[in-house]
Design a protein. Structure first.
Length: 224
């Protein structure tokens, strides 16, 4: 039997997934040693990231070729805007971050490059190209959540427990497998050249995910 396209993608991104787990930001959440100032910065940057992220799913509704896929993207858009963003605000409040602070966050250069890359693909590419960009965000977090939860929640920092639990949850796994099945459906019968385009988007966004950890760890700001 031919290898699934998503298995092929997983293989081509494997070295990066391991690098995520070794990143000091991720390790610091896992063992509770991450400076809460870095985490606060991350929460603010992630909030503005999620706004564009919701738009990507809205593009999915537009690009879908069948009603079932439109429903899937519409459900995720709705969930992001009405549930996840609210959870994010509530969680941020526990770090003393107000809604105003979240909303006034100026995206750092890396954040902007990452979201605008995906939005550009969403606007000009196919649904398959968009899904190739979305997979690393979901797979990466599900992978990290699961591995950190397996290692045990950090006793020294209870504030990080909910973050780990959220990404280690069954819902996250389910979403990851839904998107993977869609990727496989969309990639069925495409040419080698088209596969290469999808792989390129997948690897670029996989790298951007790593750079987002890097950005948050160093609390990067515009240099000028
Ligand atoms: C930079 C960045 N990348 C990925 C995620 C993870 N994420 C955001 S929404 C979502 C799906 C749940 O509907 C997932 C997995 C994040 N938070 N921030």
């Amino acid at each position: 039997m031919q290898e699934k396209f998503t298995d092929y993608l997983l293989r081509s991104g494997k070295e990066y997934w391991e690098r995520y787990l070794q990143h000091p930001f991720v390790q610091g959440i896992g063992d509770g040693t991450l400076d809460t100032a870095s985490f606060r910065y991350y929460m603010c940057q992630d909030y503005v990231y999620l706004i564009d992220y919701a738009k990507l799913y809205a593009y999915g509704v537009i690009k879908a070729r069948d009603l079932h896929t439109m429903e899937l993207f519409s459900t995720v858009t709705e969930g992001l805007l009405h549930t996840e963003m609210e959870l994010h605000r509530q969680y941020a409040a526990r770090f003393g971050i107000t809604r105003e602070e979240l909303e006034q966050t100026e995206p750092a250069p890396m954040n902007l490059a990452y979201t605008k890359y995906m939005l550009s693909v969403a606007q000009t590419g196919s649904l398959a190209e968009l899904v190739a960009c979305l997979l690393p965000c979901i797979w990466g977090y599900a992978h990290i959540g699961k591995r950190l939860a397996e290692a045990g929640l950090p006793e020294s920092q209870p504030l990080y427990h909910d973050w780990i639990r959220m990404y280690a949850s069954e819902e996250m796994d389910e979403m990851a497998s839904q998107m993977a099945s869609l990727m496989d459906e969309l990639a069925a019968g495409i040419s080698v050249a088209e596969r290469k385009v999808l792989e390129k988007h997948f690897i670029i966004t996989t790298k951007f995910e790593y750079m987002f950890w890097e950005m948050a760890y160093h609390q990067q700001v515009w240099p000028i």
